[in-house]
Design a protein around this ligand. Structure first.
Ligand code: HMG
Ligand code: MG
Length: 289
């Protein structure tokens, strides 16, 4: 297989959101500024959610204000509701994301809403973002398995993808939130989802708890997907997905894609430097450690 595959770096958001010890704004900025020189087109750096739910992301506005924005890089933020969108606009995020779930259990645990309620909540967010000229990405969590409800039917994923598509999201990222998906299940899920959304508007978002993320990426490549979310240093997890490990490591995805014959446009040495910063931040060695 040849051609270009994009890695969407989510480390500063998905990677750090689960850290319980507070990481300073300076430490987060150091990581993001390093990542800005790696060749990414999109980096998720912020999350305008309730600080009571995810305290680590409370500094998102300060982080966006302090980073050095590299030309051509889109700095992305999660926005679960209108309040989040307003904060993202004030902080000059370049794009935003609404995030739903294919399973009721995770939807309730993560955003305190049923799937139907969450879609009702997202519609005005997507509309207002479009009016503000902000591209909107959609996430669907628990695309193969849910920590509360067990296995998730491919059709349930396809229904949420279709709803997000109808709201005008430019891409839907499919999350194996607990990182336990098997390639056969990912294959079946993608078969159903592709009836609703073309492969070039889909991204894979694999956590790597069971060590199958690279296999799952290979399955998704076979379905035509060419965008994958990853976090430098394999950081992360979701506070509302008990037991889930971090995102698959950006370095590992990069190396795997190169081995398969793809290009990523990323500078491996910068990825290594960013992974070191990420590990330092996690170990409590902040800013200039
Ligand atoms: P709620 O408690 O139902 O909301 O939470 P509410 O509207 O009743 O508000 C409660 C309080 O939160 C109020 O404050 C609001 O002002 C405040 P109070 O009056 O009590 O002082 N509030 C906010 N504050 C700041 N920014 C906001 C905001 N909204 C309300 N945007 C809510 C509902 C959605 C807000 C909450 O459940 C929440 O913040 N959830 C986010 C959870 C989260 O961030 N999870 C991790 C990200 S998702 C993920 O990691 C998965 C992904 O990586 C893909 C994958 O791996 O599958 C994307
Ligand atoms: Mg995630």
């Amino acid at each position: 297989m040849t051609g270009r595959v994009e890695i969407f770096e989510v480390g500063p958001r998905d990677g750090l959101q689960n850290e319980t010890a507070e990481i300073s704004v300076a430490g987060k900025v150091r990581l993001i500024d390093c990542l800005s020189g790696a060749g990414f087109r999109r980096i998720e750096v912020a999350s305008f959610v309730s600080p009571k739910w995810v305290p680590q992301m409370a500094s998102s506005g300060a982080v966006l204000a302090a980073i050095t924005r590299a030309p051509g890089v889109s700095y992305a933020a999660l926005t679960p509701n209108m309040k989040g969108l307003e904060a993202a606009i004030a902080a000059r995020a370049d794009e935003v994301a609404i995030f739903g779930s294919a399973s009721e259990g995770f939807s309730k645990a993560n955003i305190n809403a049923t799937i139907a309620e969450s879609l009702e909540r997202f519609a005005p967010v997507a509309e207002a973002a479009r009016a503000a000229n902000l591209p909107v990405r959609g996430y669907v969590s628990c695309v193969v398995e849910c920590p509360y409800d067990g296995p998730v039917a491919p059709e349930a994923v396809a229904r949420v993808v279709a709803a997000l598509r109808d709201m005008g999201v430019y891409e839907v990222s499919l999350g194996d939130t607990i990182g336990r998906g098997r390639p056969e299940a990912v294959d079946a899920m993608l078969g159903a989802v592709r009836n609703e959304m073309p492969a070039d508007a889909l991204a894979g978002h694999f956590h790597d708890t069971a060590g199958r993320a690279l296999d799952n990426i290979e399955v998704a490549l076979g379905h035509g997907l060419r965008v994958f979310d990853a976090a430098v240093g394999g950081l992360g997890g979701c506070p509302y997905a008990p037991g889930a490990a971090g995102n698959v490591a950006t370095e590992a995805v990069h190396d795997w894609l190169i081995a398969l014959g793809f290009e990523t446009g990323l500078d491996r040495a910068v990825l290594d430097a960013a992974a070191r910063i990420a590990r330092d931040l996690r170990a409590g060695k902040d800013a200039d450690g």
